[in-house]
Design a protein around this ligand. Structure first.
Ligand code: C2G
Length: 473
């Protein structure tokens, strides 16, 4: 009996898949089909798979060609499967020609000609047309967004807007997009908006983007006032538009795995969360000199508050800020301490003081620890009373990690709401409330010292706000 083995995602099952399986089966007597898991697809950079594993397996089964269906979970599995099942032939489409020649040491390798003019990508694009994204802001983070967006299908960077047209044109030239002098022209050419302008301008731009009927992905902190967050989410809902806060950690696979493990009961009931993120900035950096909205907490607070909010909830009996101010009054280091019915938590961040940058989640049966950079979670450990018992988890984190939030944003736009739980509107609203309280307290403290943030010159409402040197992390 000749055994043939083949693998695929088989997303949005189509004629190309059918013909591949048909010909693979015809090569022998017994066909084994490996269907990839979602985690494996993510690990190999395939972020936009629409059908669930169960649906994809069902579709392969329905063809009647597969004698056995297996799950493909990791790199390197193919060699083991070929040995385990004593496969005589490995078959795959010609789009992979050459890539699997290394398997010739174990069996015959056959590249079957790929069926022309049909692919899952084409079907995905037909089901959800390409979204032309317009970028507001021209700093470092906006450039990174373009690089990451290129790796996600279904999105195409179209144009950039910055009221400082010189910056817009420079950015446009560097990244191969169009620059618009008039924001109305900008809105006409795009379907969705990514906002990466200075914090205090976010509210105005979110509002105007939604008013122009655009879905919005906005950098963190989305807005700096609770009422503004509530208003924007409510307005987006009424307009049937999607509004996402871009805290990339919230969407990355490793962080979601960590949350899943933390909530699984394995460490018992969660009683303490400590999150720390520090990133030393040059003393002249915008982040340490923007007298109104700069400082450590507005810059990094969203990251460190995220696990606290996710694991301890959003209702705090007590919330306290302890701040180490720099010479200009802006916080070089901030520690937020919270008390809530379930336990306690701290969120620590700094641009002018270096600390270890760890995430620690303590429960009644054990604790989870993820070292820096846990905000790009790729590894964490679970420890118990018995110090010898350690469970280790690792998960892929590709590139800058923004690709995960972009991919989730697109999937929610195309009507697949299952990713909204990764960062809910309620959590974003709570974050805005915490930012607001922080800025108010800072202002009060600094006023009593004769200083104070310039936050009452309300720059949060207009859209014609100028900004030039914004970089962002
Ligand atoms: N295929 C084809 N013709 C098409 C489209 C796909 O012959 N028009 C083939 C592919 O070459 C592959 C199979 O159908 O052999 C499944 O394709 P995908 O679902 O796109 O799977 P893929 O991402 O290519 O994964 O370990 C997984 C494998 O590497 C293949």
């Amino acid at each position: 009996m000749i055994k043939v083995i083949t693998y695929g995602t088989f997303d949005l099952f189509h004629e190309g898949h059918y013909r591949l399986l048909q010909r693979a089966k015809a090569l022998g007597d017994y066909l084994i089909v490996g269907v990839t898991t979602e985690a494996y697809d993510k690990a190999r950079g395939k972020l936009n798979v629409v059908d669930s594993l169960v649906t994809r397996i069902e579709n392969v089964k329905k063809t009647g060609f597969a004698d056995e269906i297996i799950i493909e979970e990791s790199y390197g599995q193919k060699v083991n499967d070929i040995r385990k099942f004593h496969a005589d032939i490995f078959a795959i489409g010609s789009d992979w020609a050459g890539s699997f020649d290394y398997l010739r040491d174990y069996c015959r390798v056959v590249y079957l000609e790929r069926t022309k003019n049909i692919s899952s990508t084409m079907l995905r694009e037909k089901n959800s047309p390409i979204q032309r994204v317009g970028i507001i802001g021209t700093g470092r983070v906006a450039g990174r967004f373009i690089q990451e967006a290129k790796l996600v299908s279904g999105i195409s960077p179209q144009g950039v807007y910055n009221p400082h047209t010189d910056s817009a044109f420079l950015f446009a030239q560097r990244w191969g997009v169009n620059a618009y002098e008039d924001i109305e022209d900008f809105y006409k050419m795009i379907d969705i908006v990514y906002i990466a302008s200075p914090h205090e301008t976010h509210y105005g731009y979110i509002k105007s983007s939604l008013e122009h009927g655009k879905h919005v992905l906005c950098e963190k902190p989305m807005v700096l006032k609770r009422a503004q967050a509530e208003e924007m989410f409510q307005y987006a809902k009424e307009q049937k538009l999607i509004l996402f806060e871009g805290i990339k950690t919230a969407y990355c696979p490793g962080f979601n795995q960590l949350l899943g493990v933390a909530c699984s009961g394995i460490i018992g009931s969660i009683r303490n969360v400590e999150a720390c993120f520090t990133k030393l900035e040059h003393k002249d950096a915008r982040e340490l000199n923007d007298q109104a909205y700069g400082g450590s907490f507005t810059e990094l607070g969203s990251y460190v508050m995220l696990p606290v909010l996710k694991l301890m909830g959003q209702t705090f009996a007590d919330l306290r800020f302890d701040v180490i101010p720099g010479g200009n009054g802006l916080d070089l280091f901030t520690k937020v301490s919270i008390t809530c019915p379930a336990g306690i938590g701290t969120a620590t961040c700094g641009l002018g003081v270096k600390s270890e940058g760890r995430l620690l989640i303590a429960g009644t049966k054990g604790y989870i620890v993820a070292e820096a950079p846990w905000w790009k979670t790729s590894y964490f450990e679970v420890h118990f009373e018995n110090a010898e018992k350690i469970e280790k988890y690792s998960e892929v984190f590709l590139g800058d990690g923004m690709r995960y939030e972009i991919s989730d944003f697109l999937s929610v736009i195309s009507g697949n709401n299952q990713n909204e739980f990764k960062l809910t509107s309620q959590e974003s609203i709570a974050l805005a409330g915490i930012m607001e309280r922080f800025l108010e307290e800072q202002n009060r403290t600094e006023k009593s010292r004769g200083g104070g943030r310039d936050i009452y010159a309300d720059k949060t409402t207009g859209t014609s706000i100028s900004f030039d040197h914004y970089t962002g992390i």
